[in-house]
Design a protein around this ligand. Structure first.
Ligand code: PLP
Length: 368
């Protein structure tokens, strides 16, 4: 039996291979490896696609979040609110900006941060709230903005998993003050290496991000502030432009595949299928179900060639890296409970109905 991977990057590459090869040949011929027209073109295309005024390409998604926070003036002594159940990078970006992560629990049905828990952790040091558009569906940012506005904090969206997702018609990445996104290869819009971008509607914040990302330098050898080197590679911009043209179609195919899983799994009462928040148009970066006895089920799937995964097994406060935050087991009971039940099923634009039937058939076997 051919294995079914969690994501299939090879099948996606075949669709853009010629275009990427031609674009790369041009970059190689001109030896313009950093910056140049390919990067500005992609930034403009991605901004237009998402509906953001400004897009600044950076080195990766973690840098994008850090630079977004720094551009907004977040730093030492500040606190930033984020969900306990996210990829570790959200918390890392806060620490790297010099601030302290303050965690909140998540909603059991959607996995999105629990907005009702936010007011309880706000202090006079809260400088930012970072909703994570987990698994590809936007968090209800419109409920978070008024909380942030009331205390002068900014909302920085972690849109790494949500390229093309919409909430009430607006693109993920345009819902808050700034957003960071990632073009890590496995993301819905993935480069052939690392990449990321900051999105914002505010020209001054955009300018600040650009300065920070390029040695604090508006013009060569003029340095206004101490910055970083975090730029989107020109070769990656070529890949991303080629893929962006197809992203809407790929996201549509992911939605169809997610709907097919919903149907196939309706016959398995032990499996809790994902819940979409009303108003959301998700892009299914991951299709995450909850099952009893998860580790045994996961092992069974893997033994049978199904590339299932867990996103994420350990909430931020239970990782070794963030033990110093001083949280205890039981502090975020929902994140801890679902962490033991989550199971990501293989999902990508090109997955076939037959492959999905095999995934669900094997899952049913494991649950028997
Ligand atoms: C991938 C990801 C990031 C970080 O992106 P990198 O490009 O790997 O640095 C941040 N947050 C979330 C939720 C992610 O999934």
């Amino acid at each position: 039996m051919t294995p079914i991977p969690l994501v299939d990057l090879a099948v996606q590459h075949r669709q853009v291979a010629d275009e990427v090869a031609a674009g790369w040949a041009e970059v190689l011929a001109t030896t313009a490896f950093v910056g140049g027209p390919a990067v500005s073109a992609f930034e403009a295309e991605f901004a237009a696609y998402v509906g953001a005024k400004h897009c600044i390409g950076v080195g990766n998604g973690t840098d994008a979040l850090e630079l977004a926070l720094r551009a907004a003036g977040v730093g030492a002594g500040d606190e930033c609110v984020l969900p306990a159940n996210t990829f570790i990078a959200t918390a890392e970006a806060v620490v790297r900006a010099g601030a302290r992560p303050v965690l909140v629990d998540c909603d059991e049905d959607t996995g999105l941060l629990d907005v009702d828990a936010i007011s309880g952790v706000l202090t006079d040091r809260t400088a930012a709230i970072l909703p994570v558009h987990l698994y590809g569906q936007p968090a209800p940012v419109e409920r978070i903005l008024p909380l942030a506005r009331a205390i002068g904090a900014v909302v920085v969206e972690d849109a790494a998993q949500a390229q093309g997702a919409r909430r009430h018609g607006a693109g993920a990445g345009t819902l808050g003050d700034l957003a960071g996104t990632s073009f890590y290869p496995g993301k819905n819009l993935g480069a052939y290496g690392d990449g990321g971008a900051v999105l914002t509607g505010d020209a001054e914040l955009a300018e600040q991000v650009r300065l920070l990302s390029a040695h604090g330098s508006p013009r060569k050898y003029e340095h206004e502030i101490v910055g970083f080197n975090s730029r989107l590679d020109t070769l990656q911009a070529v890949v991303l432009s080629a893929k962006l043209k197809r992203l809407e179609g790929w996201n549509e195919a992911r939605r169809a595949a997610a709907a097919r899983y919903d149907d196939l799994l309706a016959g398995l009462p032990q499996v809790t299928t994902p819940v979409v928040l009303p108003g959301n148009e998700p892009v299914w970066h991951l299709y995450v179900v909850r099952v009893p006895d998860r580790d045994r089920v996961l092992a069974h799937l893997r033994d049978h060639g199904i590339g299932a995964g867990v996103h994420y097994p350990t909430p931020v406060h239970r990782t070794e890296a963030f033990a110093w935050l001083g949280y205890a087991e039981g502090d975020f009971p929902v994140a801890e409970k679902v962490g033991g039940e989550l199971l990501s099923l293989p999902l990508y634009a090109e997955i076939t109905p037959e492959q999905q039937e095999r995934v669900v058939g094997t899952l049913a076997e494991a649950l028997r």
